[in-house]
Write a protein that binds this ligand. Structure first.
Ligand SMILES: *Cc1c(COP(=O)(O)O)cnc(C)c1O
Length: 424
Protein backbone atom coordinates (compact mmCIF):
# COMPACT_ATOMS: atom_id res chain seq x y z
CA UNK A 1 0.00 0.00 0.00
CA UNK A 2 1.22 3.42 -0.86
CA UNK A 3 0.74 5.85 2.00
CA UNK A 4 -1.48 8.83 1.61
CA UNK A 5 0.69 11.65 0.38
CA UNK A 6 1.31 14.74 2.43
CA UNK A 7 2.24 18.13 1.04
CA UNK A 8 5.33 18.11 -1.17
CA UNK A 9 5.98 14.47 -0.34
CA UNK A 10 7.72 12.59 -3.12
CA UNK A 11 6.94 9.26 -1.50
CA UNK A 12 4.37 8.16 -4.10
CA UNK A 13 6.78 9.01 -6.92
CA UNK A 14 9.63 7.05 -5.37
CA UNK A 15 7.37 4.09 -4.66
CA UNK A 16 5.37 3.98 -7.87
CA UNK A 17 7.12 5.78 -10.69
CA UNK A 18 9.94 4.25 -12.70
CA UNK A 19 13.58 5.08 -12.10
CA UNK A 20 13.53 6.76 -15.48
CA UNK A 21 11.96 9.91 -13.98
CA UNK A 22 14.39 12.80 -14.07
CA UNK A 23 13.08 16.34 -13.54
CA UNK A 24 11.32 15.28 -10.33
CA UNK A 25 14.78 14.42 -8.98
CA UNK A 26 16.33 17.75 -9.98
CA UNK A 27 13.39 19.72 -8.60
CA UNK A 28 12.25 17.60 -5.62
CA UNK A 29 8.93 19.25 -4.76
CA UNK A 30 5.39 18.52 -5.93
CA UNK A 31 4.13 21.25 -8.24
CA UNK A 32 0.48 22.13 -8.14
CA UNK A 33 -0.25 25.27 -10.12
CA UNK A 34 1.35 27.61 -12.59
CA UNK A 35 0.68 30.91 -14.32
CA UNK A 36 2.94 32.87 -16.64
CA UNK A 37 6.52 32.54 -15.39
CA UNK A 38 5.56 31.28 -11.91
CA UNK A 39 5.28 27.69 -10.69
CA UNK A 40 3.75 26.91 -7.30
CA UNK A 41 4.35 23.82 -5.17
CA UNK A 42 1.98 22.10 -2.74
CA UNK A 43 3.16 24.25 0.15
CA UNK A 44 2.33 27.40 -1.76
CA UNK A 45 6.01 28.18 -2.36
CA UNK A 46 6.57 30.01 -5.65
CA UNK A 47 9.33 29.43 -8.16
CA UNK A 48 10.34 31.54 -11.13
CA UNK A 49 10.41 29.27 -14.16
CA UNK A 50 13.49 29.65 -16.39
CA UNK A 51 12.96 26.13 -17.78
CA UNK A 52 9.59 26.68 -19.46
CA UNK A 53 8.93 22.99 -20.09
CA UNK A 54 12.31 22.71 -21.87
CA UNK A 55 11.02 25.21 -24.42
CA UNK A 56 7.44 23.95 -24.63
CA UNK A 57 6.07 27.00 -22.78
CA UNK A 58 7.45 29.97 -24.71
CA UNK A 59 4.29 31.97 -23.89
CA UNK A 60 4.38 30.98 -20.20
CA UNK A 61 2.06 28.67 -18.27
CA UNK A 62 -1.71 28.70 -18.78
CA UNK A 63 -2.14 31.80 -20.93
CA UNK A 64 -5.75 32.78 -20.06
CA UNK A 65 -6.58 33.66 -23.70
CA UNK A 66 -5.46 30.25 -24.96
CA UNK A 67 -7.25 28.42 -22.16
CA UNK A 68 -10.49 30.30 -22.74
CA UNK A 69 -10.38 29.27 -26.43
CA UNK A 70 -9.88 25.66 -25.31
CA UNK A 71 -12.76 25.89 -22.82
CA UNK A 72 -15.08 27.42 -25.41
CA UNK A 73 -14.18 24.68 -27.87
CA UNK A 74 -14.89 21.94 -25.34
CA UNK A 75 -18.17 23.48 -24.23
CA UNK A 76 -19.35 23.34 -27.85
CA UNK A 77 -18.41 19.65 -28.07
CA UNK A 78 -15.61 20.41 -30.53
CA UNK A 79 -13.85 17.33 -31.90
CA UNK A 80 -11.07 16.32 -29.51
CA UNK A 81 -9.93 13.22 -31.33
CA UNK A 82 -10.38 12.69 -35.03
CA UNK A 83 -7.38 10.67 -36.25
CA UNK A 84 -6.40 12.70 -39.31
CA UNK A 85 -9.94 13.47 -40.38
CA UNK A 86 -10.65 16.94 -41.70
CA UNK A 87 -11.79 19.10 -38.78
CA UNK A 88 -12.64 22.78 -38.48
CA UNK A 89 -9.90 23.16 -35.86
CA UNK A 90 -7.26 21.82 -38.27
CA UNK A 91 -8.45 24.02 -41.12
CA UNK A 92 -8.33 27.08 -38.84
CA UNK A 93 -4.80 26.22 -37.73
CA UNK A 94 -3.45 25.59 -41.23
CA UNK A 95 -5.00 28.65 -42.83
CA UNK A 96 -3.94 30.84 -39.91
CA UNK A 97 -0.37 29.46 -39.97
CA UNK A 98 -0.20 29.96 -43.73
CA UNK A 99 -1.45 33.55 -43.49
CA UNK A 100 0.45 34.58 -40.35
CA UNK A 101 3.77 32.76 -40.63
CA UNK A 102 4.39 31.40 -44.13
CA UNK A 103 2.98 33.99 -46.54
CA UNK A 104 4.61 37.07 -44.93
CA UNK A 105 7.96 35.26 -45.13
CA UNK A 106 7.47 34.20 -48.74
CA UNK A 107 7.51 30.51 -47.76
CA UNK A 108 5.51 27.71 -49.38
CA UNK A 109 5.20 24.42 -47.52
CA UNK A 110 2.76 21.57 -47.10
CA UNK A 111 1.73 20.51 -43.61
CA UNK A 112 2.20 17.02 -42.22
CA UNK A 113 0.87 16.31 -38.74
CA UNK A 114 2.63 13.24 -37.34
CA UNK A 115 2.14 11.87 -33.82
CA UNK A 116 2.23 14.63 -31.23
CA UNK A 117 5.84 14.53 -29.96
CA UNK A 118 9.01 16.05 -31.32
CA UNK A 119 10.55 12.62 -31.83
CA UNK A 120 7.49 11.57 -33.88
CA UNK A 121 8.10 14.50 -36.20
CA UNK A 122 11.84 13.81 -36.51
CA UNK A 123 11.12 10.16 -37.38
CA UNK A 124 8.70 11.27 -40.10
CA UNK A 125 11.22 13.76 -41.49
CA UNK A 126 14.02 11.19 -41.71
CA UNK A 127 11.73 8.60 -43.29
CA UNK A 128 10.49 11.09 -45.85
CA UNK A 129 14.02 12.25 -46.70
CA UNK A 130 15.09 8.65 -47.35
CA UNK A 131 12.00 7.92 -49.39
CA UNK A 132 12.29 11.07 -51.47
CA UNK A 133 16.00 10.70 -52.27
CA UNK A 134 16.42 6.92 -52.30
CA UNK A 135 19.53 7.41 -50.12
CA UNK A 136 20.02 5.90 -46.67
CA UNK A 137 22.48 7.96 -44.67
CA UNK A 138 21.65 11.07 -42.68
CA UNK A 139 24.32 13.58 -41.65
CA UNK A 140 23.84 14.98 -38.17
CA UNK A 141 26.12 16.86 -35.81
CA UNK A 142 28.23 16.53 -32.71
CA UNK A 143 26.14 17.47 -29.66
CA UNK A 144 22.93 17.41 -31.70
CA UNK A 145 19.72 16.26 -29.98
CA UNK A 146 16.66 15.11 -31.90
CA UNK A 147 14.74 12.81 -29.55
CA UNK A 148 15.06 9.31 -28.10
CA UNK A 149 13.04 6.98 -30.35
CA UNK A 150 15.40 4.81 -32.40
CA UNK A 151 15.52 6.87 -35.60
CA UNK A 152 15.78 10.18 -33.78
CA UNK A 153 18.29 8.67 -31.35
CA UNK A 154 20.47 7.56 -34.27
CA UNK A 155 20.98 11.23 -35.19
CA UNK A 156 21.49 12.28 -31.54
CA UNK A 157 25.07 12.55 -30.30
CA UNK A 158 24.80 12.04 -26.56
CA UNK A 159 26.35 8.74 -25.41
CA UNK A 160 24.16 8.41 -22.29
CA UNK A 161 21.01 8.36 -24.42
CA UNK A 162 22.57 6.31 -27.23
CA UNK A 163 23.77 3.60 -24.85
CA UNK A 164 20.18 2.95 -23.76
CA UNK A 165 19.16 1.90 -27.30
CA UNK A 166 20.30 -1.70 -26.91
CA UNK A 167 20.87 -2.11 -30.66
CA UNK A 168 23.19 -0.43 -33.16
CA UNK A 169 22.13 3.04 -34.19
CA UNK A 170 23.25 3.35 -37.75
CA UNK A 171 22.75 4.98 -41.15
CA UNK A 172 24.02 8.20 -39.60
CA UNK A 173 27.30 10.07 -40.04
CA UNK A 174 28.20 12.66 -37.42
CA UNK A 175 30.00 15.76 -38.59
CA UNK A 176 31.59 18.51 -36.47
CA UNK A 177 29.11 21.32 -35.68
CA UNK A 178 30.05 24.95 -36.26
CA UNK A 179 33.15 25.93 -34.22
CA UNK A 180 33.60 22.40 -32.89
CA UNK A 181 37.35 22.94 -33.29
CA UNK A 182 37.20 26.64 -32.31
CA UNK A 183 36.65 29.80 -34.32
CA UNK A 184 39.55 29.31 -36.74
CA UNK A 185 38.35 26.09 -38.32
CA UNK A 186 35.35 26.16 -40.65
CA UNK A 187 33.85 22.69 -40.32
CA UNK A 188 31.63 23.22 -43.39
CA UNK A 189 34.83 23.01 -45.47
CA UNK A 190 35.53 19.61 -43.98
CA UNK A 191 32.02 18.42 -44.88
CA UNK A 192 32.37 19.83 -48.38
CA UNK A 193 35.68 18.02 -48.81
CA UNK A 194 34.44 14.59 -47.70
CA UNK A 195 31.32 14.85 -49.86
CA UNK A 196 33.40 15.78 -52.91
CA UNK A 197 35.91 12.96 -52.32
CA UNK A 198 34.71 9.63 -53.76
CA UNK A 199 37.16 7.86 -51.44
CA UNK A 200 36.27 9.66 -48.19
CA UNK A 201 34.18 6.71 -47.06
CA UNK A 202 31.20 8.96 -46.47
CA UNK A 203 28.13 8.02 -48.50
CA UNK A 204 26.12 10.79 -50.14
CA UNK A 205 23.39 11.41 -47.53
CA UNK A 206 19.65 11.78 -47.98
CA UNK A 207 19.60 14.74 -45.64
CA UNK A 208 21.47 16.92 -43.22
CA UNK A 209 19.57 17.51 -39.97
CA UNK A 210 20.56 20.26 -37.58
CA UNK A 211 19.52 22.69 -34.90
CA UNK A 212 20.57 26.33 -35.43
CA UNK A 213 21.08 26.53 -31.66
CA UNK A 214 21.76 23.21 -29.97
CA UNK A 215 19.40 23.16 -27.00
CA UNK A 216 20.30 19.96 -25.16
CA UNK A 217 23.85 19.90 -26.52
CA UNK A 218 25.01 23.00 -24.66
CA UNK A 219 23.52 26.10 -26.38
CA UNK A 220 25.99 25.97 -29.25
CA UNK A 221 25.05 28.40 -32.00
CA UNK A 222 25.59 28.01 -35.72
CA UNK A 223 26.71 31.17 -37.53
CA UNK A 224 25.00 32.65 -40.55
CA UNK A 225 27.96 31.90 -42.84
CA UNK A 226 28.21 28.30 -41.71
CA UNK A 227 24.47 27.70 -42.16
CA UNK A 228 24.56 29.24 -45.62
CA UNK A 229 27.58 27.13 -46.62
CA UNK A 230 25.70 24.01 -45.54
CA UNK A 231 22.65 25.04 -47.51
CA UNK A 232 24.78 25.55 -50.63
CA UNK A 233 26.35 22.14 -50.11
CA UNK A 234 22.90 20.59 -49.83
CA UNK A 235 21.73 22.21 -53.05
CA UNK A 236 24.84 21.21 -54.95
CA UNK A 237 24.58 17.55 -53.93
CA UNK A 238 20.76 17.20 -53.91
CA UNK A 239 20.83 16.65 -50.13
CA UNK A 240 17.73 17.69 -48.21
CA UNK A 241 18.19 20.27 -45.48
CA UNK A 242 16.13 19.50 -42.37
CA UNK A 243 15.99 22.17 -39.68
CA UNK A 244 14.94 20.77 -36.33
CA UNK A 245 13.29 23.89 -34.89
CA UNK A 246 11.55 22.02 -32.10
CA UNK A 247 13.30 23.95 -29.32
CA UNK A 248 14.76 27.01 -31.09
CA UNK A 249 11.59 27.78 -33.06
CA UNK A 250 8.29 29.47 -32.13
CA UNK A 251 10.02 32.75 -31.31
CA UNK A 252 12.69 31.53 -28.91
CA UNK A 253 15.53 33.27 -30.79
CA UNK A 254 13.42 36.33 -31.70
CA UNK A 255 11.93 35.40 -35.07
CA UNK A 256 9.29 32.69 -35.45
CA UNK A 257 11.76 30.31 -37.14
CA UNK A 258 15.29 30.27 -35.76
CA UNK A 259 16.89 30.23 -39.24
CA UNK A 260 15.34 33.45 -40.53
CA UNK A 261 18.47 35.48 -39.72
CA UNK A 262 20.41 33.31 -42.20
CA UNK A 263 17.69 33.44 -44.89
CA UNK A 264 17.62 29.67 -45.19
CA UNK A 265 15.02 27.83 -47.20
CA UNK A 266 14.98 24.38 -45.54
CA UNK A 267 13.44 21.46 -47.40
CA UNK A 268 11.81 20.21 -44.20
CA UNK A 269 11.15 22.15 -40.99
CA UNK A 270 10.28 20.29 -37.81
CA UNK A 271 8.28 22.04 -35.08
CA UNK A 272 6.79 20.88 -31.79
CA UNK A 273 7.39 22.00 -28.17
CA UNK A 274 5.78 25.50 -28.06
CA UNK A 275 3.63 25.03 -31.16
CA UNK A 276 0.36 24.53 -29.23
CA UNK A 277 1.10 27.61 -27.13
CA UNK A 278 0.21 26.05 -23.80
CA UNK A 279 2.09 22.79 -23.44
CA UNK A 280 -0.41 20.49 -25.15
CA UNK A 281 1.37 17.93 -27.36
CA UNK A 282 1.48 18.91 -31.04
CA UNK A 283 4.08 18.53 -33.74
CA UNK A 284 4.34 19.52 -37.35
CA UNK A 285 6.47 18.93 -40.43
CA UNK A 286 6.61 21.61 -43.03
CA UNK A 287 7.73 20.14 -46.33
CA UNK A 288 8.49 21.68 -49.68
CA UNK A 289 5.55 20.71 -51.94
CA UNK A 290 7.76 18.75 -54.37
CA UNK A 291 8.88 16.53 -51.47
CA UNK A 292 5.37 15.37 -50.74
CA UNK A 293 5.96 11.89 -52.11
CA UNK A 294 3.98 10.09 -49.42
CA UNK A 295 1.27 7.69 -50.49
CA UNK A 296 -2.00 8.00 -48.54
CA UNK A 297 -1.68 6.60 -45.02
CA UNK A 298 1.88 5.43 -45.60
CA UNK A 299 3.01 7.13 -42.40
CA UNK A 300 0.20 7.20 -39.86
CA UNK A 301 -0.54 7.43 -36.15
CA UNK A 302 -3.55 7.58 -33.83
CA UNK A 303 -2.85 11.03 -32.45
CA UNK A 304 -2.11 13.11 -35.56
CA UNK A 305 -3.05 16.75 -35.23
CA UNK A 306 -4.28 16.95 -31.64
CA UNK A 307 -7.39 19.11 -32.17
CA UNK A 308 -7.42 20.81 -28.77
CA UNK A 309 -3.75 21.69 -29.29
CA UNK A 310 -4.59 23.04 -32.75
CA UNK A 311 -7.19 25.33 -31.16
CA UNK A 312 -4.72 26.75 -28.64
CA UNK A 313 -1.99 26.84 -31.30
CA UNK A 314 -4.22 28.99 -33.49
CA UNK A 315 -4.90 31.27 -30.51
CA UNK A 316 -1.13 31.64 -30.00
CA UNK A 317 -0.57 32.59 -33.66
CA UNK A 318 -3.37 35.17 -33.52
CA UNK A 319 -2.27 36.70 -30.23
CA UNK A 320 1.47 36.85 -30.81
CA UNK A 321 2.36 36.56 -34.49
CA UNK A 322 -0.01 38.93 -36.28
CA UNK A 323 2.61 41.67 -35.85
CA UNK A 324 6.25 42.19 -34.84
CA UNK A 325 5.59 43.04 -31.20
CA UNK A 326 6.61 39.74 -29.65
CA UNK A 327 9.84 39.61 -31.68
CA UNK A 328 10.74 43.09 -30.48
CA UNK A 329 9.96 42.15 -26.87
CA UNK A 330 12.13 39.05 -27.17
CA UNK A 331 15.08 41.00 -28.57
CA UNK A 332 14.83 43.52 -25.72
CA UNK A 333 14.51 40.84 -23.02
CA UNK A 334 17.38 38.95 -24.65
CA UNK A 335 19.58 42.04 -24.40
CA UNK A 336 18.80 42.43 -20.68
CA UNK A 337 19.36 38.73 -20.08
CA UNK A 338 22.69 38.63 -21.92
CA UNK A 339 24.07 41.81 -20.31
CA UNK A 340 23.14 40.62 -16.86
CA UNK A 341 24.63 37.16 -17.45
CA UNK A 342 27.83 38.72 -18.72
CA UNK A 343 28.06 40.72 -15.48
CA UNK A 344 27.50 37.56 -13.46
CA UNK A 345 30.26 35.84 -15.43
CA UNK A 346 32.68 38.74 -15.00
CA UNK A 347 32.08 39.11 -11.27
CA UNK A 348 33.33 35.54 -10.89
CA UNK A 349 36.41 35.91 -13.08
CA UNK A 350 38.38 33.06 -11.50
CA UNK A 351 35.84 30.52 -12.76
CA UNK A 352 36.10 31.64 -16.37
CA UNK A 353 32.33 31.54 -16.88
CA UNK A 354 31.05 32.53 -20.31
CA UNK A 355 27.74 33.36 -21.94
CA UNK A 356 26.48 31.72 -25.12
CA UNK A 357 23.33 31.50 -27.20
CA UNK A 358 20.96 33.52 -29.34
CA UNK A 359 17.82 35.50 -28.47
CA UNK A 360 16.18 34.14 -25.32
CA UNK A 361 17.96 30.81 -25.63
CA UNK A 362 21.04 31.52 -23.54
CA UNK A 363 23.53 29.49 -21.56
CA UNK A 364 25.99 30.21 -18.77
CA UNK A 365 28.92 27.91 -19.43
CA UNK A 366 30.38 26.89 -16.05
CA UNK A 367 33.12 24.65 -17.57
CA UNK A 368 32.41 21.82 -15.15
CA UNK A 369 29.24 19.90 -14.43
CA UNK A 370 30.00 20.07 -10.71
CA UNK A 371 29.98 23.85 -10.57
CA UNK A 372 26.89 24.11 -12.78
CA UNK A 373 25.09 21.60 -10.57
CA UNK A 374 25.96 23.50 -7.40
CA UNK A 375 24.70 26.75 -8.90
CA UNK A 376 21.46 25.24 -10.26
CA UNK A 377 20.69 23.43 -7.01
CA UNK A 378 21.28 26.54 -4.94
CA UNK A 379 19.10 28.55 -7.35
CA UNK A 380 16.28 26.05 -6.92
CA UNK A 381 16.48 26.29 -3.12
CA UNK A 382 16.17 30.04 -3.58
CA UNK A 383 13.13 29.79 -5.88
CA UNK A 384 14.43 29.53 -9.46
CA UNK A 385 13.81 26.55 -11.73
CA UNK A 386 16.68 26.27 -14.18
CA UNK A 387 18.09 23.32 -16.13
CA UNK A 388 21.58 22.27 -17.24
CA UNK A 389 22.69 21.04 -20.64
CA UNK A 390 25.82 20.08 -22.57
CA UNK A 391 27.82 16.84 -22.69
CA UNK A 392 28.96 17.28 -19.06
CA UNK A 393 25.84 19.20 -17.97
CA UNK A 394 28.23 22.10 -17.62
CA UNK A 395 25.99 24.80 -19.11
CA UNK A 396 23.14 26.43 -17.20
CA UNK A 397 20.38 26.85 -19.74
CA UNK A 398 18.13 29.90 -19.51
CA UNK A 399 14.78 29.62 -21.25
CA UNK A 400 12.47 32.07 -19.49
CA UNK A 401 9.02 32.51 -21.05
CA UNK A 402 9.27 34.98 -23.94
CA UNK A 403 6.41 36.87 -22.32
CA UNK A 404 8.05 37.31 -18.91
CA UNK A 405 7.80 40.82 -17.43
CA UNK A 406 11.07 42.62 -16.76
CA UNK A 407 10.67 42.62 -12.99
CA UNK A 408 10.28 38.84 -12.78
CA UNK A 409 13.15 38.38 -15.23
CA UNK A 410 15.39 40.53 -13.01
CA UNK A 411 14.24 38.69 -9.87
CA UNK A 412 15.19 35.38 -11.49
CA UNK A 413 18.55 36.80 -12.49
CA UNK A 414 19.08 38.11 -8.92
CA UNK A 415 18.65 34.54 -7.67
CA UNK A 416 21.05 33.20 -10.28
CA UNK A 417 23.58 35.91 -9.42
CA UNK A 418 23.42 35.05 -5.71
CA UNK A 419 23.72 31.34 -6.50
CA UNK A 420 26.82 31.85 -8.63
CA UNK A 421 28.41 33.99 -5.92
CA UNK A 422 27.59 31.45 -3.23
CA UNK A 423 28.83 28.48 -5.29
CA UNK A 424 31.96 29.91 -6.87
C1 LIG B 1 12.88 18.20 -27.35
C2 LIG B 1 13.52 18.04 -28.66
C3 LIG B 1 13.24 16.96 -29.50
C4 LIG B 1 12.37 15.80 -29.06
O1 LIG B 1 11.07 16.16 -28.76
P1 LIG B 1 10.18 15.16 -27.85
O2 LIG B 1 8.83 15.80 -27.83
O3 LIG B 1 10.84 15.14 -26.50
O4 LIG B 1 10.20 13.84 -28.49
C5 LIG B 1 13.82 16.92 -30.75
N1 LIG B 1 14.63 17.91 -31.17
C6 LIG B 1 14.93 18.97 -30.40
C7 LIG B 1 15.82 20.03 -30.92
C8 LIG B 1 14.40 19.07 -29.12
O5 LIG B 1 14.72 20.10 -28.32
Amino acid sequence: MVQESTSNSLFAFEALESNVRSYSRTFPVVFRKAAGAILEDENGFEFIDFLSGAGALNYGHNDPDFLSEAKKYMELNGIIHGLDMATSAKREFMTCFEATILRPRGLTYKFQFPGPTGANAVEAALKLARKATGRQTIISFTNGFHGVSLGALAVTGNKYYRNAAGIPLNYTVFMPYDRYFGVDYDTSEYIERVLADASSGVDMPAAIILETVQGEGGINTASKNWLQSLERLCRKNCILLIIDDIQAGCGRTGSFFSFEFANLSPDIIVLSKSLSGCGLPLSLLLLKPELDVWRPGEHNGTFRGNNLALVTGTAALRKYWANEKLSETVMEAARILRERLQKVAQSNGDHNLSVRGRGMMLGLDCNTGRLAEKIARRAFEDGLVVERCGAEHQVIKLLPPLTIDEQTLQRGLDILDRSVNASA
